[in-house]
Design a protein around this ligand. Structure first.
Ligand code: ADP
Ligand code: MG
Length: 251
């Protein structure tokens, strides 16, 4: 469903000069899989997802999403995916209902289609209570649910979610995690990033460990447990980091 060959991103920063946000990265995500990109701040998670979503152009390498080329078929990629970005802004004066209706029309959905999908997302994300309140009156968690519903309104087969639970209270996080798990059960292909190790652990079929723009490994949680000393992803992540920094220092 998603495949990259050596995609790389270099930014130019006035102070720092060239910043390699993502070293050449090859990965593939299978249909129906929940694939986690786990890494601390600055690891390159957003850069990777934004390239897959065709919002950023890779400096090098290639990739496919739903069979479409991320360089030459951006529109096709965009309509195959729902992308939740970390910096979505919603119109504070509107209610979630109004926002969803508005974006439904932008997506080119019919009135009935919008109504059905909206009802579905409202139920799945437990949005009933605040669906007709102005967004400016909502909590961070409620607003995040509206952003998720907005990103997924056109019912795409592939969900790309950049840190969907970042900074949220545990109840909202739990509800979003349950939502993601449910959607995976409905056959959606989901790639999401997080810096919460526990979240990756409970949710993902496979997890990529990302650190300083490099993928340290990609495996199932079981796979990590079998080959590592640690018995949770947090310890395992540090094992990899120590090992990779050792390698870099030696070279
Ligand atoms: N537009 C940009 N210009 C310069 N550097 C950037 C830009 N975007 C990201 N970076 C740098 O690239 C690296 C990876 O960033 P990012 O992908 O946002 O990481 P994450 O999402 O894992 O926190 C960081 O060092 C960040 O400072
Ligand atoms: Mg990020």
């Amino acid at each position: 469903m998603i495949r990259t060959e050596g995609i790389k991103k270099v930014f130019w920063d006035k102070k720092e000069g060239e910043v390699v946000a993502l070293h050449p990265t090859s990965l593939s995500v299978n249909e129906g899989e929940v694939f986690g990109v786990l890494g601390p701040n600055g690891a390159g998670k957003t850069t990777l997802l934004r390239m897959l979503a065709t919002i950023l152009t890779p400096t090098d390498g290639s990739g496919e999403v739903n069979g479409y080329d991320i360089l030459s078929q951006k529109e096709e990629v965009k309509s195959s995916i729902g992308f939740l970005s970390g910096n979505t802004k919603l119109y504070g004066r509107l209610t979630p209902t109004e926002i969803l209706n508005y974006f439904g029309e932008l997506y080119g959905l019919g009135k009935e289609e919008i109504r059905v999908r909206k009802e579905e997302l409202i139920t799945l994300l437990n949005m009933e209570e605040f669906i007709d309140k102005k967004v400016e009156k909502l909590s961070t968690g409620q607003t995040q649910k509206v952003s998720i519903a907005r990103a997924l309104l056109h019912d795409p087969d592939i969900y790309m979610l950049d840190e969907p639970t970042l900074g949220l209270d545990i109840l909202t996080s739990k509800s979003i995690i349950e939502f993601i798990r449910g959607e995976a059960g409905r056959g959606k292909t989901i790639i999401f990033s997080t810096h919460y190790m526990e979240e990756a652990e409970v949710l993902c079929d496979r997890v990529a460990l990302l650190h300083k723009g490099r993928i340290l490994d990609i495996d199932t949680t079981e796979g990590y447990y079998n080959k590592c000393q640690g018995n949770n992803l947090r310890d395992i992540f540090f094992e990899y980091v120590n090992k990779s920094e050792g390698d870099i220092n030696e070279s």
